[in-house]
Design a binder for this molecule. Structure first.
Ligand code: NDP
Length: 253
């Protein structure tokens, strides 16, 4: 397909946490669809640079990586402003960066620092990015947040805190969708099922149970989540807002 006929030709997308996993696959897929892509990361500078190089070499679009801690709202706001300034515009925000911390609510010695950090990254990082992006996105702008099927139904004990962070972004996105609809900006969540990444490797201690929990009996690939992001970011999805798209192999069927 020539670059001018690609769905996202000339658009600028920011993918938070684009150095690995679902975020890296999403950055590649958005570039494949013609978008210029900025990614952020917390620690993996080398991996982020690798994704940038791969995108620039493979797709002939512009790409850049930025270090920004999603737990710090000031860094998130600065990230969005810098991307918009460096690329001259922002059309698509993908809130992908996230962490996973678990433990039952009656645990004797809970790791409250990890749980607080999770809340800061998974919720605070998303709300800060949506607030900042809403000041620079124009007509046709797109916001997609990577949620989790666990928001609708936690699989096993110990998921309460993580699930709550992913439920929060659904409610926030529905509210933001109402706020931004008059400006032609859509806001949606993809509720991902089990996907093989560093966060949730498909050969981990609970992976057999996770496979058994969905209708297709397998893990998803990062590319299968990325495909949904590209669709929601595209002009074809212009009348879809305030909703969730489950990409979970039938976990929530
Ligand atoms: P990974 O752990 O593989 O990758 C996480 C990404 O987020 C990395 O790029 C990481 O950057 C970045 N990140 C983490 N913390 C921060 C931070 N404080 N500031 C900025 N960036 C940060 O995760 P996945 O790809 O599996 O997950 C991506 C999203 O999908 C998350 O929101 C997750 O909750 C969600 N999800 C994943 C599922 C799965 O089964 N894998 C299921 C359902 C939802 P760095 O490399 O620098 O650390």
């Amino acid at each position: 397909m020539s670059s001018s006929t690609k769905a996202l030709a000339g658009k600028v997308a920011l993918v938070t946490g684009g150095s690995r996993g679902i975020g890296a696959a999403t950055a590649r897929a958005l570039a494949e669809a013609g978008a210029h892509v900025a990614i952020s990361y917390a620690a993996s500078a080398e991996k982020a640079d690798g994704v940038v190089k791969e995108i620039e070499d493979g797709h002939g679009v512009r790409a850049a990586a930025y270090r920004a801690d999603q737990a710090d709202p000031a860094q998130v706001a600065e990230l969005v402003a810098r991307v918009a300034a460096d690329f001259g515009r922002l059309d698509v925000l993908v809130n992908n960066a996230g962490v996973f911390a678990h433990g039952t609510v009656d645990e004797q010695d809970p790791d409250t620092a990890a749980l607080d950090h999770q809340l800061a990254v998974n919720v605070g990082g998303v709300t800060a990015a949506i607030r900042a992006a809403s000041t620079v996105l124009g007509e046709g702008g797109r916001i997609v947040t990577i949620g989790s099927n666990l928001a609708a139904r936690p699989t096993s004990p110990g998921m309460a805190d993580y699930a709550a962070t992913k439920a929060a972004v659904v409610a926030y996105s529905k509210g933001a969708a109402l706020d931004l609809a008059p400006r032609g900006i859509t806001v949606n969540v993809i509720q991902s099922g089990s996907v093989d990444t560093d966060m949730n490797p498909q050969d981990g201690p609970t992976s057999d149970a996770q496979r058994a929990a969905n209708a297709m009996g397998r893990y998803g690939r990062p590319e299968e989540i990325a495909a949904g992001v590209v669709f929601l970011a595209s002009p074809s999805a212009s009348f879809i807002t305030g909703t969730t798209l489950n990409i979970d192999g039938g976990y929530l069927a």
